[in-house]
Write a protein that binds this ligand. Sequence first.
Ligand SMILES: [Zn+2]
Length: 203
Amino acid sequence: MLDGRPLIICEHCDSVYQRPVLARRQTAHCLRCGALLERGRHLNTDQLLALTLAAAILFLFANAFPIMQIGLQGLSNEATLWGAVEALAYGRITPIALVTGLSIIFAPCLQIILLAWVLVHARSGKIAPGFRACMRALEHLRPWSMLEVCLLGILVAIIKLAGMLEVHPGIGLWAMAILTILILLIAGRDVRGLWDELGVDAR
Ligand SMILES: [Zn+2]
């Protein structure tokens, strides 16, 4: 802590800098390797909380409604996210079901709950109980939340199946598409700003 300002370390080359004070949309880059050090926050706590609540509703929609409807000669079938995980669990590739369930249902669900918990408290200027553990868990969950990969897979499946069967995207798919964007926005770097905003030491 030189002259009171905390230090920041480049994730790519380990250079150490004093943390710059950034305005909205400003960015700081490493002088040595050019990597992005820090970005001014795009969203404040109120906006993050509003988007988190929207994400919670969309998560329920994405899980409750079918992702796609498949029809062949008058017969039709609907697929939900949970149905897809269950179908994988009955095959030979059971471990894949576990990873799929973790990355498309469990991780996004936990991200939304943890974000809502820390943000509801931060909004009234309080530090949520277990704040450090929640923020660390959010960092660890980020690589496991892979809605975008799943979404891409579903789109490829729809395009491939469209030639052979009648395929209609369901409400769940639209909800999932918007949820994917929201999760990227709310669980990204902006939420790290809470450490400074609430004055919590990361150690
Ligand atoms: Zn660097």
